[in-house]
Ligand binder design. Structure first.
Ligand code: FES
Length: 123
């Protein structure tokens, strides 16, 4: 079965790399190994689990000036991520409860990411 390595990065410097199976969400993989991520609805409507794509681990430049990787290339959603606007998705925000990685990648997680996005219209 295909899987991808996803590295979670907290703003305090902690990191945790997960092996995420093809049909597994990042949240499910984190819970499987005891990595604590916030969640509530688990269905893409509340925004509690939001993270932000930092980069794809494909050998491309990690330069801060490089354009942000296309989040559409990095994740497949098992259902519509209703809590995010199109602009938020374009900016790299991703709902980890319903997103399965399509490539090895790094994701910023934690309260700062949650504070950057607005409240869910469905919460
Ligand atoms: S836990 Fe609610 S959107 Fe992910």
């Amino acid at each position: 079965m295909t899987s991808h390595e996803v590295t979670l990065e907290w703003t305090d410097g902690r990191t945790r790399t997960l092996d995420v199976a093809e049909r597994q969400s990042v949240l499910e993989a984190a819970q499987r190994v005891g990595a604590r991520l916030p969640y509530d609805c688990r269905s893409g409507t509340c925004i509690t689990c939001v993270g932000r794509l930092l980069g794809l681990e494909d050998g491309e430049s990690d330069d801060e000036d490089a354009s942000r990787p296309d989040v559409g290339d990095a994740f497949a959603y098992r259902r519509q991520p209703r809590a995010l606007t199109d602009d938020e998705r374009d900016d790299g925000y991703v709902l980890l409860c319903i997103a399965s990685p399509q490539a090895d990648c790094r994701i910023e997680v934690g309260p700062r990411v949650r504070a950057e996005v607005g409240d869910s219209p469905w919460a």
